[in-house]
Write a protein that binds this ligand. Structure first.
Ligand code: ADP
Length: 257
């Protein structure tokens, strides 16, 4: 069976007013449930817990304090899963939650337990929804346990699951030869088979910042997939039904690999 991992970023899930983008969630649930019905094995990696937590508490700004962010993640993760669970059930599909930290995937024993769980869920036609366990993992506290971003997490999960494709939904329709927000002449790359230094530079350069979020982590994810001989497709998450086109091999977004 064809196996897919889909990653959706905060920018696609949370509206500028801080609320969960229900239209996106609904279309995502519809699309993944349909593919699941057609026999695809699908896992979803979803960000947005802190955003959903802010909305639940009617806050508009992310707090500075780490413990407060973790508390928001704990609240928001449930709210997000509640919304997903409801929407997926509308399309007759059961979901399950898998929260991970880096060490869980690094240690062979815990990793195997996680992978076994995924296999049973796939066999049962349940869609696993994965996120980093934010209340345990904090970048500032321990670099060994955290993923810098769900882009990296999604790639690790996809590689370990031997998924055929990782589909990354972002707020942009692909990878450009320059940052399009800074340079209007930037051109979208339809296909990338090898990451060049020029591409790294276009993503914000390697080591220029801490390398969290943005294109830097997406290129890292792409590299991980290509090294494993698999594909990553980066495309716009504004309308998740785009996943149907990706799966059908139509030219959307940027294909890595
Ligand atoms: P998400 O929340 O979906 O992970 P991010 O905001 O982290 O999204 O990353 C997407 C953003 O990366 C784009 O909106 C764009 O502003 C920025 N970006 C930087 N360099 C590039 C590039 N070369 N091509 C496309 N986007 C780029």
């Amino acid at each position: 069976k064809r196996r897919l991992v889909v990653k959706i970023g905060t920018s696609s899930l949370i509206l500028p007013n801080g609320r969960v983008n229900l239209r996106t969630v609904d279309r995502l649930a519809y699309t993944l449930a349909s593919l699941n019905n057609q026999g695809f094995q699908v896992a979803l990696v979803s960000s947005g817990a802190i955003g959903a937590g802010l909305a639940s508490l009617q806050l508009t700004q992310r707090p500075q304090e780490i413990a407060k962010q973790q508390a928001l993640a704990a609240i928001g993760q449930m709210e997000l899963m509640r919304i997903y669970s409801q929407r997926f059930l509308d399309y007759q599909t059961q979901v399950a939650q898998i929260l991970l930290t880096r060490d869980v995937l690094a240690f062979p024993v815990s990793r195997q337990h996680v992978l076994n769980t995924f296999e049973v869920l796939f066999e049962e036609g349940v869609i696993p929804i994965v996120n980093e366990n934010d209340t345990v993992a904090v970048d500032e506290l321990d670099h060994h346990t955290t993923f810098s971003d769900n882009d990296e997490l999604s790639a690790m999960v996809a590689v370990r699951l031997q998924a055929d494709q990782l589909i990354v939904l972002s707020d942009i329709d692909g990878f450009y030869d320059q940052n399009p927000r800074e340079n209007p002449a930037a051109k979208k790359l339809a296909r990338v088979t090898e990451l060049t230094p020029a591409m790294q530079k276009a993503a914000g350069g390697s080591g220029s910042n801490f390398g969290t979020g943005g294109m830097v982590t997406k290129l890292r994810a792409a590299q991980a997939m290509m090294t494993a001989g698999k594909q990553m497709v980066l495309c716009n998450g504004a309308n998740p039904t785009v996943i149907f086109d990706v799966v059908a091999g139509k030219p959307v977004g940027t294909v890595f690999g």
